[in-house]
Ligand binder design. Sequence first.
Ligand code: APR
Length: 167
Amino acid sequence: MALIEVVQGDITRQDVDAIVNAANESLMGGGGVDGAIHRAAGRRLAEAGAAIGPCRRGDAMATPAFDLDPPVTHVIHTVGPAWRGGEHGEAEVLASCYRRCLEVADELGVRTIAIPAISTGVYGFPAERAARIAVATVRSSPTAVERIRLIAFDRGTHDLLTAALAE
Ligand code: APR
């Protein structure tokens, strides 16, 4: 059973085996956490993403972490749902992101992983619902990952994830 923790901070500064990127289908970078990770990992990340992309929404694909500080060895890119009101399967696609990231982490032998609040920025997924889906999905996904760090970039997200974890 993985230990699940909520940490407020910058995902590019986490001391873990792998970090998850909330990407777009191209895997060639963007804004938000995608931009931060590409800036920290260097331009080879976009080249590696272009080589394996596109990534379908709800799926996850791994690349090396390049210039990210050790011990991060992999970036697991996932593409979350863009919020369209909640009647278009957004919740299922978001859950799939968390599940697939853990499956890819298991394929890589990752033991510690940091995951951002997927889809709650540019993609507009309501943060409280997303927090509950994140916690419920990582709790219910069988995985060999030992430590799952849910990263909140702001206090509000931190408090929502913490409340979801306490339920
Ligand atoms: N570390 C951790 N979390 C971060 C960081 C960071 N450095 N920067 C932003 N975040 C948080 C945001 O505050 C938000 O809570 O990541 C969460 C996800 O927001 P976005 O990065 O906007 O991602 P998302 O909503 O999934 O939208 C993805 O945006 O940047 C583009 O290319 C990306 O098209 C894709 C879309």
